[in-house]
Design a protein around this ligand. Structure first.
Ligand SMILES: [Zn+2]
Length: 227
């Protein structure tokens, strides 16, 4: 082995586009503590990621990684909204370390996007990618996350507290969802039972009418014979 490489983090002045996008005003709006940024440069030929969030145990200070190219002038000027979205997506991962791209993650990302958006809304930047782990339940998860996120985004709760609420509610939602098939079957059984009851009532009404008619006829005949 000739040499080894060493990663050494140093503090630098944020590039202007990064400073503009990730400002103290943003942290106030989203009600979140500042999560440090580590700029890294992925291999030139690839554009696989805009950022990523490693588990805290692999970081020096819970930092999240942004691709340096996102904040530098290249073919296009860096886009503040695009930088914000990458940062907030990775921040949502940091706030929910036990969740992947599921309904809870989508709710967290949406809370941050809803709060961060001003004249230029950011909520429409969420993607199906953000909820991909839900599989066939993705539409239900999206609907659940949409409702929860709007409620929490409008609250005074910090983003960290929102994360705790989301985790609790998501576990409750998963339990509710797991019982959905049984509830549908129970409703079907109840509907069938009512249908059977109505049917049997109808039949017994006809029997009563027929019996009443027969008794009446017998009485009339008996009276006629007796007279
Ligand atoms: Zn992600």
């Amino acid at each position: 082995m000739g040499t080894v490489q060493v990663l050494r983090q140093t503090h630098v002045t944020p590039p202007p586009a990064l400073a503009e996008a990730i400002s103290s005003e943003l942290f106030e709006r989203v009600k979140m503590r500042e999560i440090p940024v580590l700029l890294m440069r992925q291999q030139a030929a690839t554009k696989q990621w805009g950022g990523f969030c490693m588990p805290s145990s692999y970081t020096e200070s819970d930092e999240i990684v942004l691709d340096a190219r996102c904040v530098e002038r290249g073919t296009w000027d860096p886009q503040p909204d695009a930088i914000k979205v990458i940062y907030l997506h990775e921040a949502a991962h940091r706030l929910l370390p036990t969740m992947d791209h599921n309904g809870a993650f989508l709710a967290m990302a949406l809370v941050l996007y809803l709060r961060a958006g001003t004249d230029s809304p950011l909520w429409h930047r969420v993607k199906l990618y953000d909820v991909q782990d839900e599989g066939e339940n993705a539409p239900l998860a999206f609907s659940w996350a949409w409702k929860v996120a709007h409620e929490l985004a409008a609250s005074e709760l910090s983003a960290e507290r929102c994360a705790e609420v989301i985790v609790t509610r998501y576990q409750e939602w998963c339990t509710w969802l797991a019982g959905a098939d049984e509830r549908v079957q129970a409703r079907r059984d109840a509907a069938e039972a009512i249908e059977q009851q109505i049917k049997s009532l109808k039949e017994s009404r006809w029997w009563c009418a027929l019996t009443g008619f027969a008794v009446g006829a017998v009485v009339v005949a008996a009276v006629a014979v007796w007279l």
